[in-house]
Ligand binder design. Structure first.
Ligand code: FO1
Length: 303
């Protein structure tokens, strides 16, 4: 098989790991969101790419959901003591990756090429591609004003209600090398259980990527990030209620109109009906076994 998975951070990373485990080496390509990328302490951080990279390499902190396991925070404490910004937490182990990436980007290397080197360093056969090498940044429109994604998510603890999302730079952004080819060549497309508004829509905001998914000749299956109408973590259920008018599987499926052929939903959200066929499964991924089981169900649904 040649499986392409569109993914954001935490939940997406878990399914990506399950898919990697369920497939033969080299059969998986993950296309990651870069709308959340942020400059922190002068370093270029790609949180969603890193969550996927760490999960694929088995280096992720499962409890926190982002960053590395066995992390320490001494560099950040020191930066704070010297009056540096500390709102975006960068752990000591995590920092090493941001240093390498930032140095390469400053030397003119595209993000996709740096990311390929990082995945190779981790010994991965899976391809991890940023949606674009161009600057694409998500901003969140709220009643209190518009905020860059991480300012709203981390600094303001995503407490503001959301009226709309903007993907700055998306109109001019080209898909990163290999992205459109991977989608066109795929035998199956999977949309990970990530927040559609904050994680998947910024990927699809790159016109060539959306067009490639729309033009697919293979099945595309999404996994709903909701369990019992609520996000496992994060603000999705509030966003869906406010922007889509509800948190049912039909509301999730509507986020992907024309882009999916089936939606995998959690048992707790069934029975339900939506514009596409629904597949009922246990979607909570508390362990590697859960992720592998869910990945197997998703792959079956793509056939
Ligand atoms: N999330 C937080 O809630 N607080 C943080 O300080 C934080 C730092 C951070 C550093 C590196 C990284 O890869 C992820 C980090 N995240 C943090 C997670 C990140 O903000 C979000 O999970 C994603 O952007 C949403 O997909």
């Amino acid at each position: 098989m040649r499986v392409v998975c569109l993914s954001g951070g935490v939940g997406g990373a878990k399914l990506a790991r399950g898919l990697q485990d369920a497939l033969a080496p080299g059969e998986l390509t993950v296309i990651g969101n870069v709308g959340d990328d942020v400059c922190a302490l002068g370093l270029h951080v790609s949180p969603d790419l890193d969550s996927v990279l760490y999960a694929l390499a088995g280096l992720n902190d499962e409890e926190r959901g982002w960053g590395r396991a066995d992390e320490t925070w001494r560099a950040l404490e020191s930066a704070r003591e010297w009056g540096g910004e500390g709102w975006f937490q960068l752990g000591d182990l995590d920092l090493g990756l941001h240093l390498v990436r930032t140095q390469s980007l400053r030397a003119g290397e595209p993000l996709s090429s740096v990311t390929a080197r990082l995945t190779a360093s981790a010994g991965l056969a899976t391809s991890l591609l940023p949606a674009t090498d161009d600057r694409l940044r998500t901003s969140v429109v709220t009643p209190a004003g518009s905020f860059p994604f991480q300012e709203w998510f981390v600094s303001r603890r995503h407490e503001d209600e959301v009226d709309a999302m903007r993907f700055e730079g998306a109109d001019a952004a080209a898909a990163a090398p290999g992205v459109v080819e991977a989608i066109a060549d795929a035998t199956a497309i999977v949309v990970a259980p990530s927040n559609p508004y904050t994680s998947i829509h910024p990927i699809l905001a790159v016109r060539a990527i959306r067009e490639a998914v729309v033009a697919r000749s293979v099945r595309s299956v999404a996994v709903s990030p909701l369990i019992g109408g609520r996000a496992v973590k994060g603000p999705l259920h509030r966003m869906l209620s406010r922007m889509a008018g509800g948190t049912s599987p039909a509301h999730v499926a509507a986020c992907y109109e024309g882009l999916i052929d089936a939606l995998v939903i959690d048992r707790s959200d069934a029975p339900a009906a939506a514009a596409v066929p629904l597949v009922v499964a246990d979607t909570l991924m508390s362990s590697g076994d859960d992720a592998r089981r869910l990945a197997a169900t998703v792959l079956e649904a793509t056939v």
